[in-house]
Design a binder for this molecule. Sequence first.
Ligand code: ATP
Ligand code: MG
Length: 156
Amino acid sequence: MQMVRTTSPEQTRALGERLGAAAFPGTVIALVGDLGVGKTLLAQGVGHGLGVPGLVTSPTFVLMRVHDGGRLPLVHADIYRLCDEDEAEHAGLPEALASGAVALVEWADLLPGLLPDDHLRVELRWLTGCPDQRELRLIATGPTHAPLEALIHAPS
Ligand SMILES: Nc1ncnc2c1ncn2[C@@H]1O[C@H](COP(=O)(O)OP(=O)(O)OP(=O)(O)O)[C@@H](O)[C@H]1O
Ligand SMILES: [Mg+2]
């Protein structure tokens, strides 16, 4: 587990860029945290780091979007409004996660069975009284994603 406190939206986005630059086929990133904490902002950084053209916007009303044109395809899912695993399967999410793309899942905790055992969990938390600060934790749940934890710190 690695932890950092970001003090601006740009810093959170920059961490996403480092993750996107280092992501490999099959990278799955679970984004966990309250409404408005910065999950989509981090996802935008990942898109940028992967070289995806255009802005990665929240897919809330479509469940999942696939962005092509970067170094690897980027699957961006937001399961906030998903009812159950059947619905995820119907939408093709399990296949998308297993496709060798880079995948981001906002609200991943709502359907824990959806994720592969080995993934990177990113927990974002508000810090009371500090509107532009967030605490971010990177937790690799297996050896494949373990190297990504080190990206929490920008190279100096
Ligand atoms: N340190 C910070 N890191 C990330 N976001 C920050 C930070 N400080 C302020 N913000 C602001 O918090 C907001 C985060 O919004 P974002 O859409 O990324 O949240 P979200 O977690 O995706 O929300 P939702 O649950 O609605 O999908 C942005 O307006 C951003 O500018
Ligand atoms: Mg969002």
